[in-house]
Structures are given as C-alpha cells and as structure tokens.
Design a protein around this ligand. Structure first.
Ligand SMILES: NC(=O)c1ccc[n+]([C@@H]2O[C@H](COP(=O)([O-])OP(=O)(O)OC[C@H]3O[C@@H](n4cnc5c(N)ncnc54)[C@H](OP(=O)(O)O)[C@@H]3O)[C@@H](O)[C@H]2O)c1
Length: 262
C-alpha cells in the first residue's frame, strides 16, 4: 500500500486496540479496488476521546473514522450530526469528515449484520431470535433484526436494565416484531445471536447456556477475532448452522464507501 499526501486518511478509534481487525480488512478492500484511502488503528482511551475528535476536525486529509469499543455511544454527542439510524440506535460506528471539519456519524453495524447472514443463507423474515447482549453493537443489530422482519426478538443482557430499555425502544419503533427482554435460554428459538464481547478472550465464559441449544437453532456471532469463537465451535459440534462475525464486517465495506462518498 502506497500512502502519500494525496491519500484519504481514516482512523479506527479503540481501547484496547490490539484486537482491531477492521482497519486491516478495510485497507485490503480499498487496495484491491485501487482506492487511495488508508486506515490506521488509533489507541484512544475514553478520557481522551473528546480531544482526539476535536483534533480530527482539524486534520484536513482525514476523510472519516471508525469507532469501536468503548467509544460507540460516547462519540455521538461529540459530532455535529447523525444519520437517522445512528440517532435511533444511540451509537455510531463510522463518521464522515467534511472538508470544513464537520462530522456526521452513521451506524452500519446492523445493516452489515443482516447482509452478512446471507453467507449462511439465513433469512430473518418470520424468525424467532434470541439476542445476547445490548451494548453498542447489540443495539444496532437488534434494530436491524426487527427491521428485517423477524417475528419475535428476545434480548438477554448481563445488565438486565439495558436489555429492557432496548426492547422497549424497538417495540415502540417496530411494533410488528414482538420484542422483550428475557432469559439466556435458546429453547424454541430459530436463531441465537451473540452481540456480547464474550468469546474474544480464551478465558471468557460462554455467553449462552449450552444445555438449551439444539441443532435446530442457528447461531450467529458478531465477534470477528477469533473467527471461530468457543460458542461457534460448540454450536458447530452440535450440528447448528452458524454465521461468522467477519461477514458482518465485510458487508460494511460498501456501506462505508457510501457514507464517505467514495
Ligand atoms: N463483526 C462486526 O462487524 C462487529 C461490529 C461491532 C462489534 N463487533 C464485536 O461485538 C462485540 C461487542 O461490541 P460492542 O461495541 O457492542 O461492545 P460494548 O458496547 O462494550 O458491549 C459489550 C456487551 O457485552 C456484554 N458483556 C461484557 N462483558 C460481559 C461479561 N463478563 N458477561 C456477560 N456479558 C458481558 C455487555 O453487557 P453489559 O451491558 O452488562 O455490560 C454488553 O452487552 C465485540 O467483540 C466487538 O468486537 C463486531
């Protein structure tokens, strides 16, 4: 990759940063298409987020940036505008920087997740879905699942109040999908989606009570690294259909290009 003064620079803001793979995947796609854009991960602790965002406004060769754990929610009030889907979700994962430094946030996690399911031939219409997690990515994914036509959505989260709040937001916005907070129990569901960060590290406990999982339930993961999390490995061993987190990210490439006008 050749980076020059003409290259459109992007960042990926995260803390920690070592696990970030999105920048590498985006760079590979930009290079394959011959686009003069380069993405660098930036290690930004939460306490420094506001000053880094202010600095980016003044960096004239920066065309935008991605944000991941733990910044997706906190970055929203630091921006000038948000797309309707980012405002509804209350979290941002990509930001466009205009020539005058104006910053507009979008959230393409949910659309990427739904499009990524096509790699496993999973169509959400009419499905009963159990979602684990209600964090930044979880909020985006839950809205997208309901919007894509799932019949029922149950959200389980360690902090139950967040699951209840998310379920209420979705029930108000998309009443045709029956949405509620609920238990960590996969029985009777067509699809289980893990949106927690449990599975990124070998020591993490499984996010799902496996005794409730059977081969008739598909399991989707949004964690990208490792590609096969312990949850996916267990689901595959049981004969469940599985969907990988990397497809969610890969499907966001075209959406990033749209946002940045590339
Ligand atoms: N494939 C992709 O394109 C893509 C896109 C975005 C994110 N991701 C991945 O998605 C994961 C979540 O990201 P995020 O931005 O949503 O993070 P986040 O906002 O920090 O949310 C983390 C979620 O995990 C739960 N959690 C954390 N520690 C837990 C524990 N010890 N036990 C049970 N639950 C726990 C949290 O529950 P509480 O609410 O109780 O804290 C929350 O639901 C990360 O692995 C990230 O890499 C993938």
């Amino acid at each position: 990759m050749k980076i020059t003064g003409k290259t459109g620079i992007m960042f990926m803001l995260a803390d920690p940063v070592a696990h970030v793979v999105g920048s590498h995947r985006l760079n590979a796609r930009f290079e394959a298409e011959g686009l003069d854009v380069a993405v660098s991960p930036l290690h930004v602790p939460a306490a420094d987020l506001a000053s880094v965002v202010t600095a980016i406004r003044r960096m004239r060769n920066v065309i935008g940036f991605g944000v991941t754990i733990p910044h997706k929610i906190d970055v929203l009030p630091l921006l000038d505008a948000a797309t309707p889907r980012a405002a509804r979700v209350g979290a941002v994962n990509f930001v466009r920087r205009e020539a005058d430094g104006t910053l507009t946030g979008d959230n393409i996690d949910g659309a990427g997740f739904v499009d990524g399911l096509q790699h496993s031939a999973i169509d959400l219409r009419g499905l009963k879905v159990l979602q684990l997690g209600a964090g930044g990515a979880g909020r985006a994914v839950a809205f997208a699942i309901a919007e894509a036509g799932a019949a029922e959505l149950v959200i389980h989260n360690r902090t139950e109040a967040k699951a209840r709040a998310l379920a209420a937001d979705i029930a108000a916005a998309i009443p045709q999908c029956l949405t509620a907070a609920g238990a960590n129990d996969a029985r009777g569901f067509d699809l289980v989606v893990n949106t927690t960060s449990m599975g990124m590290h070998a020591v993490d406990p499984l996010p799902l009570d496996l005794t409730t999982l059977s081969a008739s339930t598909a399991v989707a993961e949004i964690i990208m690294s490792p590609e096969i999390t312990p949850l996916l490995a267990a689901a595959q061993a049981l004969g469940c259909r599985t969907a990988l987190g990397k497809h969610m990210l890969d499907e966001q490439y075209k959406l990033v290009k749209e946002l940045l006008g590339l």
